[in-house]
Write a protein that binds this ligand. Sequence first.
Ligand SMILES: Cc1cc2nc3c(=O)[nH]c(=O)nc-3n(C[C@H](O)[C@H](O)[C@H](O)COP(=O)(O)O)c2cc1C
Length: 173
Amino acid sequence: MSALLEVLEKRYSCRAFSEQKVDEELIDEVIRAGQLAPSACNLQPYVFYVVTGGSMNVLSKIRPWYGAPSVILGCYCADRGWVRGSDHAEFRQFDLGLAMGQMALRACDLGLGSCFIASFTAHEIQSALKLPVEHCPEIGLALGYAETAGNSGGPSAQHFKRKERHQILFFRA
Ligand SMILES: Cc1cc2nc3c(=O)[nH]c(=O)nc-3n(C[C@H](O)[C@H](O)[C@H](O)COP(=O)(O)O)c2cc1C
């Protein structure tokens, strides 16, 4: 199996992390994978906040992050990103998703667990972490080492549910 396919098969949303912190160098590697992502017109209309330490305590008051010692907070920039002229469709969140998808895969590749978390109130995070108003928190990637006790950090049943090809795939020849 190709190394890429192996990572694609291995990644899952980890919802229980051990207390072990993630070395800065590893977080840098994860960020690098995001930097390599394509974006519409190469505008890269996003910024990332690596939240650790005391700021993680602040973030955890807003919602739990499954015990992760770190979160990469993906923010799109409200005033940037490509807008398609024909229908005004905005691509900044699409671009952010691509970048963070690559981060999640690289995290897995490095032996880290991760979980995307979008269920939060963005302006609460913005104000708690004192983010500039133009940096809109869209999604957090909880990052750490999967808790091994009782396999609580393993994949959920949800992970194994994928739609069948016929439900999502159509052809026009
Ligand atoms: C945009 C996005 C938002 C998500 N938000 C949450 C969330 O708020 N809380 C959570 O526990 N999981 C969240 N997830 C994880 C999904 O529930 C998970 O990816 C899905 O159930 C498939 O499982 P898997 O990642 O283990 O394959 C999110 C995933 C994505 C892509």
